[in-house]
Design a protein around this ligand. Structure first.
Ligand code: FES
Ligand SMILES: [Fe+2]
Length: 324
């Protein structure tokens, strides 16, 4: 289960995607997951396999805060407990549970921990500013045909900005590529904090953070205005990544402006898409298998940590069938 991505917190979907009538089926690192709201309205996630005959619970309905299997109507609450087994009033419900995943809902995103067997030792690392009063967080998602590690490295890559994003966020760097870029990075408990210097001088105020394992925060705050672009690269399958693109801001905070920020995020991400999808192999190889230079330091930091902590990881001993 969750091969190559076990025992981590990840944002999975935006809160607004989670309704109260229909469960939402997705995959995280090849493991099927069903999301729904329980009776109290809390976001909940179960492995998307009915313990009865292995059917996808996400094909069913949400009834009174429980997900109802489409096959024989068994119902499970947000903790995975069986609460109804039709035709069998004598069934021992406590033996019939589905598999629940730790779930949190923070600042407009639903987070899941990728191990149902051992509880997480810490809570998700979420940027404090997202929960601050007066800050609007809006977002949308797109999908890329690539392994999440390529998408994530792209997010940590400063030198590509004046090439891939020559007319958007890289415009100001277009004429400087003959200069020397230094990437200043500091390790933090939640990941890596970076900014750049051009020819020895700090270049602008922008900072770019890796929030381990799969989030990037680009802080573009300026003149006292808060603006942070955030991307989570959510592994779906070996060559599929869901990119949750969110923006936090303390100006133009009315929801009526969300479309403009979403449009701009989508435009920037679409500039990366074709290039990143063409990377071969789809999953990042070990550092020695590709040629690198000094300005690749943040991506090499990610690559080292990926191979040390996540590559080859899995939750539980048994694999779930993923087809169907
Ligand atoms: S397969 Fe789910 S209730 Fe039978
Ligand atoms: Fe990019």
């Amino acid at each position: 289960m969750f091969e190559g991505f076990a025992r981590v917190w990840t944002p999975v979907v935006l809160s607004e995607q989670l309704g109260t009538q229909k469960p939402l089926g997705t995959e995280i690192a090849g493991t099927p997951v069903v999301l729904f709201r329980d009776k109290q309205g809390r976001a909940s996630a179960l492995v998307d396999r009915c313990p009865h005959r292995g059917v996808k619970l996400s094909l069913g309905l949400v009834k009174d805060g429980c997900v109802e299997c489409p096959f024989h109507g068994w119902q499970f609450d947000g903790q995975g407990h069986a609460c109804l087994v039709p035709w069998n009033p004598d069934a021992k419900l406590s033996n019939l549970d589905a598999i629940a995943l730790p779930t949190r809902e923070i600042a407009g995103q639903v987070w899941v921990f990728t191990d149902p067997f051992e509880p997480p030792s810490e809570e998700p690392h979420v940027l404090e500013v997202l929960s601050r009063k007066g800050v609007r967080v809006s977002g949308m998602f797109i999908e890329w045909e690539t392994h999440w590690t390529r998408a994530m490295e792209n997010m940590l890559d400063w030198p590509h900005l004046p090439f891939v994003h020559r007319s958007t966020i890289g415009r100001a760097m277009r004429d400087k590529s003959a200069s020397r870029m230094d990437i200043v990075s500091e390790e933090r408990p939640w990941g890596l904090h970076t900014h750049i210097q051009i020819d020895g001088k700090k270049d602008g105020e922008a900072t770019l953070d890796l929030r381990w394992p799969n989030q990037m925060n680009l802080d573009l705050s300026n003149n006292g205005r808060l603006m942070i672009m955030m991307v989570a690269c959510v592994p779906v399958g070996p060559t599929r990544t869901r990119m949750l693109l969110t923006m936090a801001r303390d100006f133009m905070t009315s929801p009526m402006f969300d479309w403009a920020f979403n449009w701009s995020n989508k435009k920037i991400a679409s500039e990366d898409k074709l290039v990143v999808e063409s990377s071969f192999p789809a999953e990042i190889p070990r550092a020695g298998d590709e040629k690198s230079v000094r300005t690749d330091a943040p991506t090499l930091h990610f690559r080292k940590r990926y191979f040390a902590e996540l590559h080859g990881s899995r939750a539980g001993k048994r694999s779930l069938p993923v087809a169907g």
